[in-house]
Write a protein that binds this ligand. Structure first.
Ligand code: KIV
Length: 256
């Protein structure tokens, strides 16, 4: 059955919410079959799929194409598409771009900070997931945020403002676990943590990180559930060797 926003909201305090990023159809299909609640077409694709140094070069068109692929693979999960950097500089741009992502297959969109934009989108019937803490589209240093009282209070206020603006759920990224707990307790809507500790209402990871597929850098908060980079390297080496040594194709791979 298709996961709805009311289902996600009702899970707070009752059942943890599982969320992963995906960028292609097959991965989304397997996640869906595993029972994932939410799939995010994250602008993390800039680094883990498109080979950029950060998320800033990702375009709305990039997210649209990959959202279509994910939507064709996943029938049940709630599908959330990131509005990428510079795509929600004004209310009107945000609404136009969000509509394009929804036409591509997203159920709703995610933005970083910006409660005023979130409010405008929600008033225009576009559901919004918020994102605070480490917000890769604007932070210059990727260190844990909110360790000091002042920055912690700013993050709490931003999360509350996003809730007030109508966001149905808030991602907390890269903050101390006690701050994750405080925000989760302070909000009526669910929080989904990435590097924000166990007290959040749900957890999200970048799929390439949890599959061990992105080996440029692994943050402390990532748990690797597979080591696909190693498997791929071995498979490619074995294939090259087989071709060179004329061990592939065998007769069973040939048409007669
Ligand atoms: O782009 C992304 O993958 C994200 C997650 C880290 C939440 O925003």
């Amino acid at each position: 059955m298709k996961t709805t926003i009311s289902k996600i909201k009702s899970m707070k305090g009752r059942e943890k919410i599982s969320m992963l990023t995906a960028y292609d159809c097959s991965t989304a299909k397997y996640m869906d079959e595993a029972g994932i609640d939410i799939i995010l077409i994250g602008d993390s694709m800039g680094m883990v799929v498109l080979g950029y140094k950060n998320t800033l070069s990702v375009t709305v068109e990039d997210i649209m194409r990959h959202t279509g692929a994910v939507a064709r693979g996943a029938g049940n999960a709630l599908i959330v598409a990131d509005l990428p950097a510079n795509s929600y500089d004004s209310n009107e741009t945000a609404a136009l771009n969000a509509e394009s992502l929804i036409k591509s297959g997203a159920d709703n969109v995610k933005i970083e900070n910006e409660p005023e934009i979130a409010k405008f989108l929600v008033e225009n019937k576009i559901d919004v997931m918020g994102h605070v803490g480490i917000t890769p589209q604007t932070v210059t240093d990727f260190k844990v945020q909110g360790k000091e009282k002042e920055t912690a209070n700013k993050i709490i206020k931003m999360a509350k403002d996003l809730e007030e603006a109508g966001c149905y759920c808030i991602v907390l990224e890269g903050i101390p676990l006690d701050l994750g707990k405080r925000i989760t307790e302070a909000l009526k809507v669910p929080t989904i943590g990435i590097g924000a500790g166990p007290y959040c209402d749900g957890q999200v990871l970048v799929v390439n990180d949890m599959l061990g597929l992105y080996d440029a850098f692994t943050p402390k908060f990532v748990k690797k559930y597979a080591h696909l980079a190693e498997d791929m390297k071995k498979a490619f080496k074995d294939y090259v060797k087989d071709v060179k040594e004329e061990k592939f194709p065998e007769d069973k791979h040939c048409f007669h």
